[in-house]
Design a binder for this molecule. Sequence first.
Ligand SMILES: [Zn+2]
Length: 454
Amino acid sequence: MSVLTRALYLAVERLRGSEALALLREIEPLRMLPPDRARALQFARLQALLEHAERRVPYYRELFADLRISSRDIRSLEDFARLPVLTKDIVRERARDLVRDDVPLSSLSEHHSGGSTGVPLTFWREPRYMSASAAGTYRNLRQAGWRPGDMVAFFWGWNDRLNRMSRVEFELRQQLRRMYQFDPFHSGLEAMDRWVRTWNRIRPRVALGYASTIARFAAHVERTGRRLRPVAGVFTTAEKLYPAQRELIHRVLGGPVFDCYGSSEVQNIATECVRGRMHVNADFVVLETDEAGRMADGTAPLLVTSLWNYAMPFIRYRNEDCGALVPGVCDCGSGFPLMELRIARVSDNFVLPNGRVVHGEFFTHLLYGSEGIESFQFHQTAMDRIVLWIVPTGEDGAARERAVRAAVAQVEALAPGLIHVEAREVASIPLSSAGKHRFTRSDVSIPADSGVRA
Ligand SMILES: [Zn+2]
């Protein structure tokens, strides 16, 4: 990368007012703190968060009052472990009481996510959280030698803003932001042929994104005998990374593959190091396991506390993933604690009659946060047929009808005239064999994808 490109990138970031690069400088050395100093830093941040929550957040104010303690009485992680768990049900029922009451809600950004019970939830974040989250991602990329201004191939959910951009505007923005976005919602064979050309033109230093999309791209490149300029590292996130996918990605894209773990509500939870071990980002989260739920394989439900979300503190939050804390210190030089992850999250990719392949995340975001809908599932029963199962709430039938109509139209527009979407209301949606709700489900396998996952 030229000196000029880097200077331009840094100027653009300054103009955007993002604190991410400044925060990166601050957090980058923390990963290499010795374990005792990392623990001390983590606990100091936890105390500051608890004090804030007690003072500014109605739900926690009430909780500390009920327990007849003050946040200052929590002097160790053992004390902390006695606080009640925050479940998704509580977040759903008490959402507004969990938001700090000293800033207007309009100053926060609203987000939605799913969950294994199938009922979506809403949460809020501050601009500073978003900057910290970006800084955390940058710190991950640094492990592969990425420097601010180096190009990132970014396989991530598309949105309407990107759809509305002209080609020229899109190209300019991707070049200036140094994150070139590839669209997992439009990832058929034709699209991936284009990706090969784009990749070799933009010359990414690293790649980042959905494990399934990057693996499908790698499989396509290998099958068609093309060559990609190798990257220094690949960072997968948001869904389960299978061993076969890891090998395939490494073989085709070059560079080591690092799996990163975050959940929708709490990001930057853990990152694989150069030794292939998963380190908890102790400056971003406190991670515990819920021993009451320990399973035969030694893992237990995770309880995660975000040390950065002051807008809506998540404290001892059961995010519905499972894992284990691993004792010992890694020889990579990082003093951050170790963990093992057992993540079940899998998004199905839908293949449509026009050859378009659409990552499951496309569908979920159509209905998250819609009024009158308790839960839903997009189920592809045949290549040209999708059933949208809806569990209605008692209220607001008109809002529900509007939301469903809009979602059906958007899905049918993926392959105009070639697919039919039928919405059906039901009392409940059956869980998967693993006992979890799936927002997307496809009975149609993508012929070219065989072996990508196994
Ligand atoms: Zn390590």
